[in-house]
Write a protein that binds this ligand. Structure first.
Ligand SMILES: [Zn+2]
Length: 384
């Protein structure tokens, strides 16, 4: 290996490091120099002129530094494509904090870290606020209630989020994460360069530098890169005035929001669900076509206490017939059930035909024949 080759290798590594970490090339060169025990790059460069060369071990250290940021930073791996092809239930990392097992998942750039009865959600954008969710049955006993545990868990989530950001930045064009001297940045998904951008979501005006720093998420509302445009064309005919959005004053990840959630399957017994179950039971009780029509047209009321009242049509539901299933379902649900009968308008002529058979097919045949002989049949839209 010639001198030039070894120094070129270091410069190439610095370039990948700069891209993954969204920093300037000179900052990356300094980071390489520090990894090789120099105070900064200028010092290293001066030593090179005096004949200094990195050892194989030092080069390996520099390479490890870049890989630590983003394993695919050498350009052989596409982070975003890898993310898409990974099965959703494949963790990117798993382990234990004390006795508590955890798994970390990545989906569309967002991080989800979870253990028994808790999860931490962390967005792709820089400085996004972590959301800590605790399942209700674990509300008081969850380990994330303990500051030490939460701190360790967040450190792991932050580490994985940093790798995700490095992966995305490595995939995107360099100009998307590093403004030029005029502050111009390139949209990572749609292309197009500008120093000023607009958020479709909150109508905010954003500088290229703000977007580059925030991985193209709106610093104001958190909208994703697909909502960021160089022209606010949607505001052309409106009197909305766009306001520049403010970046966070404190440049660090905010404290997490902790929430108790209940994602267990929940059976809500309200008017809608109770009456649906009662009607289903009524249909089970119905034997003849008339009774089945009666079950569908029955008026079912459920009051605030959950007690129910079913009003049946005397022509469709025989007075003597006890709706056993409906009564049993009401009992299971703890509803007091009141059944009454009223006179409604029978939907078809010859009400008795509806009780003459248990077969709907037979009933419809009889209805058609009776009307063909002694009445008239209107087909849909015939009169229109
Ligand atoms: Zn916005």
């Amino acid at each position: 290996m010639t001198t030039k080759n070894e120094i070129d290798t270091l410069k190439k590594l610095a370039k990948r490091y700069a891209r993954a970490n969204r920093i300037a090339q000179h900052e990356a060169l300094n980071a390489m120099a520090v990894a090789l025990d120099f105070p900064h790059w200028a010092h290293l460069a001066a030593k090179v002129k005096q004949g200094w060369l990195p050892t194989a071990e030092q080069l390996a250290n520099a390479e490890a530094l870049v890989h630590q940021t983003h394993p695919g930073a050498d350009g052989t791996e596409n982070f975003i494509d890898n993310g898409f092809s990974r099965p959703v239930d494949d963790p990117i990392r798993q382990g234990k904090i004390g006795d508590h097992a955890y798994r970390v998942f990545e989906a569309f750039g967002d991080i989800r870290m979870e253990g028994e009865g808790w999860r931490i959600l962390l967005g792709e954008a820089q400085f996004s606020q972590p959301l800590v969710e605790i399942e209700k049955p674990h509300a008081d006993s969850s380990p994330v209630r303990k500051q030490d545990f939460l701190k360790s868990a967040l450190a792991i989530a932050d580490e994985e989020a940093a790798k995700v950001r490095a992966g995305i930045a490595s995939d995107w064009p360099r100009r998307s994460t590093k403004p030029d001297a005029e502050g111009l940045v390139l949209h990572p998904l749609f292309g197009g360069k500008s120093a000023e951008w607009y958020c479709l979501h909150c109508d905010g005006k954003i500088t290229g530098a703000q977007l580059a720093e925030n991985l193209w998420h709106c610093p104001s509302c958190g909208a994703s890169p697909v909502d960021i445009f160089s022209k606010a064309a949607w505001l052309d005919d409106s009197d909305v005035t766009v306001k520049p959005v403010q970046s966070r004053v404190v440049r660090q990840r905010p404290q997490p929001e902790v929430k108790v959630v209940d994602s267990r399957p929940t059976l809500t017994l309200n008017e809608k669900s109770v009456s649906l179950l009662l009607r289903t039971a009524l249909l089970e009780d119905a034997t003849t076509p008339a009774e089945r029509i009666g079950a569908q047209l029955a008026e079912i009321y459920v009051d605030d206490e959950g007690d129910a009242c079913i009003v049946l049509d005397e022509d469709l539901w025989p007075d003597s017939k006890e709706p056993e299933a409906a009564i049993a379902v009401a009992e299971l649900l703890g509803s007091e059930l009141d059944i009454s009968v009223t006179c409604m308008t029978f939907p078809f002529a010859w009400p008795d035909l509806g009780h003459a058979t248990t077969s709907t097919r037979e009933y419809v045949r009889m209805l058609l024949e009776a009307h063909e002989e002694q009445g008239v049949i209107h087909r849909k839209n015939e009169d229109d």
